[in-house]
Ligand binder design. Structure first.
Ligand code: PEP
Ligand code: MG
Length: 580
């Protein structure tokens, strides 16, 4: 039976494929990389889980003394497997050598053993594969007592490009692991449109819909789905007529995308000759090829915390340096803006993260981003040194997230001086004149902009958080998603005030929140005076297309008039007129 689910669009485009349900159930485990310093901890976690299951089996055995012999034999076999080095020693080796999380190491070894049992001619021995699975399931259940992440079901013969992942929720770490796959799309029950999961969905450039409420419960594995990322709609088990219509629309979208590709090398300039910089937001070095393909003139925001999210330890200075250097070199002389860690519980820290317990509950308002960096001076020095070292390989700028206070900037600048001095004393080269910019994403910063203009070399407006804090809307909560309004007059006032003030002070300003990548808002921003946009690579050519057709001399007065409006209906109307 066909039915439709409505959610929030986070990444447009259309996908047609088969549902792949993800869950937290036993053998469907997440694949995480364990940092070198966490390996022993992960092995200990594995050993503890095995010991707990041994105890559990012994207790069952005791309780079933008088039970039928078959049942006792069954328990004995499980207990025996739990003594077998193939199942107990091998996963430890896998954790150590391949740096897998315990669950994943165990499942890999289990698959190996199951394969061996399947090869037996003897039907009795062949059947033992079920025992192996069951015993492994017990250990994994024990391991998952420490919360597991969303997990992937085994492949089912379908190509990844045909699969639409259906999950209750996905953590940013899960989505990062998607970068190794090529799914057609993903949909979730929870999540807001600018949650970090949604942002990553955009960076994967696959259609996605979040906040569907009951998708996981209503959709069955393998069912045909249409994901309409533009409208935020999922059609389950569509009939042939609907499928045909969507196939046509999908082709059309693909055709438009291939036409846009021709703009890649076009100079990004308005009709009246104003140059506009279009930069890419990236999360990992692997995003570079897509940024270049999209015609990015540089990286406007490198969210470095994603180097860390799917593991429990901090990358050390050398590892960070390598990652930053890769990006700087990969961008071949184009500017790269590296943001220091924007870490905190809003990004779903790994439960084993070094400072997990020191980050308190309210994630968005808590010890996050620069607050955490300043509270962890050693971690901050490590990152600053790594960024400075990378600055020798191309133009690098340093960007500080979540600033609200002048003293935070002052402390950051002195931390930077300290990092510079330590490198200089070790005779390590770096760019001594590295520019330092601040994210304007707390309304207080936008309102007291003078504090920032006087201290910093450039500004970057983070609209995702700016809207969240201005409207008191949790950006990751789908229940209030309808109130998350980028066109709220207060948001527009904060944006216009920041852009105009920076322009007057001669301080470069960009927008790097999701609003920058929305082509419907390009003309509005140009009219406000914005000349630098940073967005997901997939959006750059769409925005460039708008830039090429814009005439700022006409837009500026129209936007000034628009900014005097307050009524939502009137603002919407004015935006439509601006885009007509
Ligand atoms: C923002 O807040 O707009 C931003 C770009 O940063 P993040 O989405 O990583 O919080
Ligand atoms: Mg932010």
């Amino acid at each position: 039976m066909s039915f439709t689910l409505h959610g929030l669009s986070v990444s447009d485009g259309i996908a047609i494929g088969n549902a792949l349900l993800m869950s937290h159930a036993t053998l469907e485990v997440s694949h995480l990389t364990v940092g070198p310093r966490m390996v022993e901890k992960e092995i200990a976690r594995f050993d503890q889980a095995v010991a707990a299951v041994r105890q559990e089996l012994a207790a069952i055995r005791e309780a079933t003394e008088s039970a039928p012999a078959e049942l006792s034999a069954f328990i004995d076999i499980h207990a025996m497997f739990l003594e077998d080095p193939e199942l107990i020693e091998k996963p430890r080796d896998i954790i150590r050598t391949r740096r897998c999380n315990a669950e994943w190491a165990l499942v890999q070894q289990m698959e190996q053993l199951v394969g061996q049992f399947e090869a037996f001619d003897d039907p009795y021995l062949r059947e033992r594969k079920y025992d192996v699975r069951q015993v492994v399931e017990r250990v994994i259940k024990e391991l998952l007592g420490h919360p597991g992440r969303a997990v992937m079901k085994a492949g089912k013969g379908l190509k990844e490009e045909m699969l639409i992942v259906v999950a209750h929720d996905l953590s940013p770490a899960d989505v990062i692991s998607f970068k190794e796959h090529r799914f057609a799309s993903f949909i979730t029950d929870v999540g807001g449109a600018t949650s970090h999961t949604a942002i990553l969905a955009r960076s994967l450039a696959i259609p996605a819909v979040v906040g569907l409420a009951h998708a996981r419960a209503l959709i069955r594995d393998g069912e045909t789905l249409i994901v309409d990322g533009l409208r935020g709609v999922v059609i389950v088990d569509p009939d042939e007529r609907v499928l045909e219509e969507y196939r046509l629309r999908k082709n059309q979208i693909e055709l438009e995308a291939s036409k846009l590709k021709r703009l890649k090398d076009a100079r990004s300039q308005t009709i009246d000759g104003i140059d506009v910089n279009l930069y890419a937001n990236i999360e990992l070095p692997v995003d570079i090829p897509e940024a270049l393909e999209g015609g990015a003139e540089g990286v406007g925001l490198f969210r470095t915390e994603f180097l860390f999210l799917d593991r429990g330890d901090m990358p050390d200075e050398q590892e960070q340096f390598e990652a930053y250097k890769k990006v700087v070199k990969g961008m071949g002389g184009r500017p790269v803006t590296i943001r220091t860690f924007d870490l905190g519980n809003d990004k779903d820290l790994h439960p084993d993260a070094d400072f997990h317990d020191r980050v308190k509950t309210n994630p968005a308002l808590g010890r996050r981003a620069i607050r955490l960096s300043l509270a962890e001076p050693q971690m901050f020095q490590t990152q600053l040194r790594a960024i400075l070292r990378a600055s020798r390989f191309g133009p690098v700028k340093l960007l500080i997230p979540m600033l609200a206070h002048a003293h935070e900037i002052d402390q950051t600048l002195s931390a930077l001086e300290q990092a510079k001095a330590s490198l200089a004393s070790e005779k390590i080269a770096f760019d001594e004149r590295i520019e330092v910019g601040g994210m304007i994403e707390i309304p207080a910063a936008a309102l007291a902009i003078g504090l920032f203009l006087r201290r910093l070399d450039f500004l970057s407006i983070g609209t995702n958080d700016l809207i969240q804090y201005a409207l008191a809307i949790d950006r990751s909560d789908e229940q209030v998603a309808s109130l998350y309004d980028p066109l709220h007059p207060a948001v527009l006032m904060l944006l216009a005030h920041t852009i105009t003030s920076a322009e007057k002070a001669g301080v470069p300003v960009s927008v790097c929140g999701e609003m920058a990548g929305d082509p419907k808002l390009t003309r509005l921003f140009l009219g406000m005076g914005l000349r630098t946009f940073s967005m997901h690579p997939s959006q750059i050519l769409k925005v460039k297309n708008r830039v090429l057709k814009a005439d700022v001399s006409e837009l500026a007065p129209a936007v000034r008039r628009m900014l005097r409006l307050e009524e939502p209906g009137k603002l919407q109307e004015a935006l439509e007129k601006l885009n007509a």
